[in-house]
Design a protein around this ligand. Sequence first.
Ligand code: ATP
Length: 217
Amino acid sequence: MAQYAVIGLGRFGTTLGLQLVKMNHDVMGVDSDRKVVESLSGLLTHTVIADVTDENALLELGLTDYDAVIVAIGENLQASLLCVVHLKNLGIENLWVKATSASHHLILNRLGVTRIVHPEEEMGKRTAQALSYPMIREYMALGNKQYIVEVPVVERLAGRVLVDLLADVKGKVFGILLKRRDQLYPCPHEQFVIEKDDILILAGDRLSLTKLAPQLI
Ligand code: ATP
């Protein structure tokens, strides 16, 4: 169990905090809006009303004891940046911050935060991906235009041998895992016969995966 502090309890901060609690972590939620804080008391591990542009208020929160601090203030750029400057002064090392614009990102980058998060942009990309390639349920970018994708096997593909399914992209797309109900089959061999509702995990470059995608419907 880790300890996280989420500063700014808008939709993103609240969802993040509640999800971390669900994952059995200890979460302190901080916001200047009393109503917001009261609505989350009892749902997050601790809740505090504080104006995080005030360095002394931040100091009192004892944030150096936390595994990570997440600043989820978006709209109020000044409050977000001032809070980050104070947190850096307090020596917070693992600092994740939500950014809402390119200039916000640039300044956060200069301030040396650990990770900059763009929830709207990232969700927009994922939604576009889901619309264009509905056969791909999840994906993970590995860099260099290479991806890992999760493909649920539809009825039409049941009974196909893996090597045939991947014939057009041989040597470019690899079956790295197959999940059948509660069973995992790492590196399924080429003659593996897939069944409906299997989950196939493939790795490959974007071009080859795009070529394969229509055959997975
Ligand atoms: P979302 O899109 O996640 O709903 P947002 O990007 O619109 O959020 P804001 O509305 O700017 O983000 O801020 C989120 C929360 O941060 C709000 O609940 C707001 O009360 C809180 N907040 C803003 N300024 C401060 C501050 N100085 N101190 C503490 N909390 C603050």
